[in-house]
Design a protein around this ligand. Structure first.
Ligand SMILES: [Fe+2]
Ligand SMILES: [Fe+2]
Length: 164
């Protein structure tokens, strides 16, 4: 496989997972909003917009490198369905998102190393920017989980109902 083909394959894998994340965060944002969990809902919506920007950047770079964006809809584990609904607990939503962000950090970190070794500094720098965003998403989610574990879910819900 030529260097560009290897890079394009990585970028397409990331693109698929980004598109999955756009939808996952948007759906969970709306489910949380319907329960009045505004703070968490607003952040999930902002995360969805971040993931859309990542997908946008992946497509531009894939096309620039001579490839075609493959807009399959799956996460890094190959999952194609978003398994959350009105009955999914807040803790489960957060834990699922932590797991997804950890997969993203792992995949993108490995892709950066490989792409750096192939000599494409621009793509690796682009991915470093995306990796920083995923790291921020992960950190924020882990803080929410720590907060729930510290103060309990009931108090966390009261705290998260403030829409400021
Ligand atoms: Fe992302
Ligand atoms: Fe993310």
């Amino acid at each position: 496989m030529k260097n560009n083909e290897i890079i394009i394959e990585h970028l397409n894998n990331i693109l698929c997972a980004e598109l999955f994340a756009v939808n996952n965060y948007l759906i969970s944002s709306k489910l949380l909003k319907s329960r009045g969990i505004y703070k968490l809902s607003n952040q999930q919506r902002a995360n969805s917009m971040d993931e859309m920007k990542h997908a946008d950047a992946m497509m531009d770079r894939i096309i620039f490198l001579g490839g075609n964006p493959k807009c399959a809809f799956r996460d890094y584990s190959g999952q194609t369905d978003i398994n959350i609904d009105k009955t999914t607990s807040i803790k489960t939503i957060i834990e699922n998102d932590i797991s997804s962000e950890m997969s993203a950090v792992e995949y993108i970190s490995n892709a950066i190393n490989e792409i750096e070794n192939l000599g494409d500094k621009i793509t690796s720098e682009l991915l470093i920017g995306i990796l920083k965003d995923e790291d921020n998403h992960l950190q924020w989610l882990q803080e929410q989980l720590a907060c729930i574990n510290n103060i309990g879910l009931d108090l966390y819900i009261v705290y998260s109902q403030n829409n400021d």
